[in-house]
Design a protein around this ligand. Structure first.
Ligand code: ADP
Ligand code: ZN
Length: 285
């Protein structure tokens, strides 16, 4: 059996599956104090004979194997989780092979293996939720370098009507600072899910996300860009992004058909946990 942890800032999802990735059981655990959260994770996994585990974690995290702090969560705004040896803590408990990457890289892997990008050799996955993050598979490999991509913290040109200061702890008005769920909610003083479709919020939101899609396109030239996360529950938003994105690109790049290029998730809210199972399974080879 394979275990997986999708670690998020508000909740952890843990699952176990067979080798064909059929999920046998899953639990959701609130993200509280690390000790308490790990206790709940171990209570769940202790019931199973696991061969490998995959972890897709919120970050930033250290994915550099040469580093002394490989496997740690590093500079997260969540203070209790800063400098936590996530991988080491799980490894000491189970001592089996463990795959380790970001939640969004895991989601990209899930989507390209079994979701909306199935059959493609590259994709970008971006989540627009409490934060904004992006992961990528390029030539069938997860994209990492000295660290991992931080696609949510791009600097994007301001929308003409937008004077909101931005919510990012590190950069104020980066993409996450201007277009995450909390940014929408603070700018307009209303829950994002309660903003009507015709509200100007969505035009502003699409402006920022289209700029992000343009940057990902120009730098990575992926086969597709998948938009997930809570804010994308606004089904009309994806079309607005496509329109703005095409305007910005101005026919400069010979794109795949737009409806096959900027697309919603294939696995819904399961991209992360399925991708984490795949990270675990990849350790068995
Ligand atoms: P997380 O990012 O914490 O993993 P989500 O991806 O669900 O979780 O994102 C939560 C964010 O998405 C919240 O900031 C919330 O405002 C926003 N959100 C959730 N549902 C909707 C909706 N139906 N429409 C617009 N925004 C939503
Ligand atoms: Zn930022």
């Amino acid at each position: 059996m394979i275990g997986a942890i999708e670690a998020g800032g508000t909740k952890f999802v843990c699952a176990v599956s067979d080798n064909s990735l059929n999920i046998i059981e899953r639990v959701t655990i609130p993200t509280t104090h690390p000790e308490e959260t790990f206790d709940s994770i171990f209570n769940f996994f202790d019931q199973y004979e696991l061969k490998a585990i995959g972890i897709g974690s919120f970050g930033p995290i250290n994915v550099n194997r040469q580093s002394e702090t490989y496997g740690y969560i590093t500079s997260t705004p969540k203070k209790l989780w800063r400098n936590i040896d996530f991988l080491g803590t799980v490894k000491r408990r189970y001592n089996i092979p463990i795959g380790w990457n970001t939640d969004v890289n895991a989601s990209a892997l899930g989507e390209i293996t079994l979701g909306a990008a199935k059959g493609k050799s590259s994709c970008v996955y971006i989540t627009v939720g409490t934060g904004i993050g992006g992961g990528a598979v390029v030539n069938q490999e997860l994209l990492t370098g000295f660290g991992h991509p931080e696609m949510g913290h791009l600097l994007v040109p301001r929308h003409k009507k937008d004077t909101y200061k931005g919510v990012c702890d590190y950069h104020k008005d980066c993409l996450e600072g201007l277009a995450s769920g909390p940014a929408i909610e603070e700018r307009f003083g209303i829950r994002a899910k309660n903003l009507p479709e015709e509200h100007e919020a969505w035009e502003i939101e699409a402006h920022y996300l289209a700029h992000a899609a343009m940057a990902y396109t120009l730098i990575l030239s992926p086969d597709c860009i998948i938009f997930g996360g809570g804010v994308m529950n606004q089904k009309h938003l994806l079309d607005l992004i496509k329109v703005k994105f095409l305007e910005l690109l101005n026919d400069y790049v010979n794109l795949p058909p737009i409806d096959e290029y900027i697309i919603p998730t294939g696995l819904g809210s399961d991209s992360g946990i399925v991708g984490s199972l795949l990270l675990g399974k990849s350790q068995l080879k």
